[in-house]
Design a protein around this ligand. Structure first.
Ligand code: SF4
Length: 135
């Protein structure tokens, strides 16, 4: 069950248009060049990777591991600029001696222009960005 009282199965059975949902979610989780994120962390995957967990997705998969952020994107996270995100990921890279970064959590491409700016900033620093799309 989610906070609206509906189970994942009930939401899936109702169906939805993912393109329309992407547009609706983008209005909630992005403003100007900023996007909402709910966590920045180091992870052991891929040999060690700095991870920014974004808020908002255009799908509603039954096996989703970050369901609360998917169904209630307005209730989670804070807005960060591309510079903020790149800076936080860079700090994790330096601290952990990692070479890779990713945007995960929900769907990175929902805020496309923000994502492109984050990748451009990271590539200038010679890091290896990995948008974990529909993770
Ligand atoms: S694409 Fe990923 S974040 Fe989106 S609903 Fe599916 S599992 Fe959850």
């Amino acid at each position: 069950m989610n906070s609206s009282g509906k189970s994942k199965g009930e939401i899936a059975a109702k169906g939805f248009d993912p393109v329309t949902r992407a547009e609706e979610v983008a209005k909630i989780v992005s403003r100007e060049d900023q996007r909402k994120y709910y966590r920045f962390r180091s992870a052991r995957f891929y040999g060690g990777i700095a991870t920014a967990d974004c808020v908002g997705c255009c799908l509603q998969c039954l096996f989703c591991w970050s369901w609360p952020q998917v169904v209630k994107p307005d209730r989670f996270g804070h807005f960060y600029s591309p510079h903020d995100v790149a800076g936080r990921l860079g700090a994790i890279l330096r601290k952990k001696q990692f070479r890779r970064v990713r945007v995960s959590g929900n769907e990175p491409t929902v805020a496309w222009h923000h994502l492109v700016k984050v990748i451009e900033l990271l590539r200038k620093c010679r890091f290896l960005p990995k948008p974990a799309t529909h993770s």
